[in-house]
Design a protein around this ligand. Structure first.
Ligand code: FAD
Ligand code: NAP
Length: 547
């Protein structure tokens, strides 16, 4: 970073402004943090790299982008008025509606005046004597605050694989997470899409309807369940709204932070095959991922049980896709169902029955090169007018490690997380006082309804800061012992499940060279919240408050 102050060498450049709190990112997390901290009487400044607010929902404008948690749940709960007045048209909100909702919330709570757009934070340096963070941006801002909040997102660092010839391609090139604001017209074009994760599975059915021909380059097949999306009826909305407060509270008592799906009591291995089939079929017909995962209590811990659910989905794929070879290729076999995020689709498998769609196995014959006119795999060449990279993100740590985060005593985040992220509760990092992460690695974050986790984290951080200030102290920091114990606990919990059997962005294995560490806490939102509440009730055990 060109203008990042180096350790010990305080720059003489003037400080432009001083705040109580600096927040990095203006998605759901950064905006709620702004609202919450402002409500405590703190001065807050938010920096956002994009030219609009909304985070994920600002950047991911690709065709078919929708949430996979029902919108009545996937929304803010902090304001009863907001949740009563807002109307979601569909069961799963589309990107444009979610972005409209975020903008509405920003206006309703007058948030925009403290958000600086088109500004990327490049460095954050902690002064251990003054107990202050100095934050620099790519626009030349140099601001100081007592607290620095990373609301920079888990899936906000798009990645295109480092393929030979990438820059030579003469056609159109898109990444799903950097989608243009204007509609892209694929009519009459030969389109290639690389990837078959949640994103690609939403894009493929829609682009297939437009393109002259669509080639789907698949390296690993994923499990996808039908969304059964549709308009919400007035009655559904009325009933949900009448119970909103209770449902929001109930969500904290569940593993994924989503109400309305009672956790199962029976194990799949205890059920007769016909009963299992009925159970899975009912959930397949209803749509959604949580109800399917909640068919039995042991699906994520017992391989034999998991095989029954996985085989059910493979059977459906074989029924839907007419060409048996294509069906076989689309049927995942290399990981237990649910150990990578289950995808949710509308007509994904059916799309492979179209004459203008070809599935290409790039596991067997990898992509070797992007050419000027398309791409070349180990055994064929494809002429393409447009390539869509649905190749994912440097997840969970990418956005944080892109910022040069360091302290005046010589510690850098890059060095600290060299072998994988280390946090206490996913909220704080030992050695980096007064810095908090919202939904950081080591928290349920991406394994939960994320807006609920965002609110829970932000409220916890706000209470922690309030307590610190109430005690007349200036500095709060996780202890190394508390961090070590939590990191070990996160690992032990994951190791008791089937999660580590999948290669995915949960463990960083989608990014070459990234340390392989399973990053989310999979003990459940319910247990995690109890732990966070206990830590606070016990005077913030595991944290040191000084200064
Ligand atoms: P983000 O929305 O990622 O916002 C972070 C912001 O920080 C971004 O705008 C980014 O530009 C900014 N930023 C990053 N670094 C810097 C920097 N250095 N300087 C300035 N700004 C910076 N979760 C669910 O629970 N349910 C779903 O259905 C769901 N669907 C998803 C669909 C897609 C396509 C994707 C990609 C993710 C989905 N997620 C879903 C996860 C989603 O990311 C979260 O639900 C939520 O939107 C995250 O909000 P956030 O504010 O934490 O992060
Ligand atoms: P992803 O799950 O990481 O999928 C990336 C895809 O690109 C994978 O299929 C991957 O194959 C492929 N890929 C990457 N590099 C490749 C290469 N060099 N050659 C061939 N294939 C390559 O990313 P994503 O689909 O963007 O989803 C990320 C997360 O965002 C999701 O898990 C979910 O949490 C969230 N999301 C949610 C929704 C929703 O429904 N609400 C929609 C989109 C995204 P391999 O598996 O072989 O690496």
């Amino acid at each position: 970073m060109a203008d990042a102050p180096k350790v010990g060498a305080r720059t003489t450049e003037p400080i432009i402004a001083t705040f109580d709190v600096i927040v990095v990112g203006a998605g759901f997390a950064g905006l709620y943090a702004l609202h919450r901290f402002r409500g405590m009487g703190l001065s807050v400044k938010v920096f956002e790299a994009g030219d609009g607010i909304g985070g994920t929902w600002f950047w991911n404008r690709y065709p078919g982008a929708r949430c996979d948690v029902e919108s009545m749940e996937y929304s803010y709960s902090f304001s009863e008025e907001l949740q009563q007045e807002w109307n979601w048209p569909d069961r799963y909100g589309k990107q444009a509606d979610i972005l409209r909702y975020i903008n509405h919330a920003a206006d309703r709570f007058d948030l925009r005046r403290d958000v600086q757009l088109k500004t990327r934070v490049t460095s954050a340096v902690y002064d251990a004597e003054a107990n202050r963070w100095t934050v620099n941006t790519d626009r030349g801002d140099r601001v100081v605050a007592q607290f620095c909040i990373m609301a920079s997102g888990n899936l906000s660092t798009p990645r295109i694989p480092d393929l030979k010839g990438l820059e030579d391609f003469r056609g159109e090139r898109y990444h799903s997470g950097l989608w243009p604001k204007d509609m892209v017209d694929f009519r009459g074009k030969r389109v290639g899409i690389i990837g078959t994760g949640s994103t690609a599975i939403q894009i493929i059915p829609l682009v297939a309807k437009q393109a002259q021909h669509l080639h789907v380059f698949q390296r690993t097949a994923n499990y996808s369940l039908p969304a059964r999306n549709g308009p919400l009826s007035e009655e559904e909305v009325r009933v949900h709204k009448a119970e909103y407060a209770k449902r929001r509270a109930d969500a904290y008592l569940t593993p994924f932070g989503i109400s309305g799906y009672p956790p199962p009591e029976k194990a799949a291995v205890e059920a007769m095959p016909e009963e299992r089939e009925r159970h899975y079929a009912a959930r397949w017909a209803k749509g959604g991922t949580i109800s399917f995962l909640f068919a039995y209590k042991d699906l994520l811990v017992n391989q034999v049980s998991n095989d029954t659910a996985a085989e059910f989905v493979r059977q459906r794929i074989r029924e839907i896709v007419r060409n048996p070879e294509v069906a076989d290729l689309l049927a995942p076999k290399d990981h237990p169902i649910g150990t990578k995020r289950i995808c949710l689709d509308t007509g994904y498998y059916e799309t492979f029955n179209r004459d203008n769609v070809t599935l290409v196995d790039v596991r067997r014959a990898p992509i070797e090169e992007i050419t000027q006119t398309g791409l070349r795999t180990a055994n064929a060449e494809y002429e393409l007018d447009a390539i869509i990279f649905a190749t994912g993100f440097d997840a969970m740590t990418g956005a944080i490690l892109e910022i040069d985060i360091r302290t005046s005593v010589g510690l850098t985040m890059q060095e600290k997380w060299k072998t994988g992220p280390r946090t206490y509760l996913g909220l704080m990092v030992a050695g980096f006082p007064n810095m908090f992460i919202i939904t950081g690695p080591g928290s349920p974050s991406v394994k939960s309804q994320m807006i609920l986790s965002i609110e829970q984290h932000t409220d916890w951080i706000a209470d922690c800061i309030g307590t610190l200030r109430g005690r007349g102290l200036a500095r709060v920091e996780a202890t190394v012992q508390a961090e070590d114990a939590w990191v070990e606990h996160v690992k032990q919990v994951a190791d008791r499940t089937l999660y580590p059997r999948a290669k995915s962005w949960y463990s960083g294995s989608n990014i070459p060279g990234k340390p392989s560490v399973f990053m989310p806490y999979v003990g459940g939102v319910d247990r995690y919240k109890i732990k966070c509440d206990e830590v606070a009730a016990n005077g913030y055990e595991g944290l040191e408050m000084t200064g």
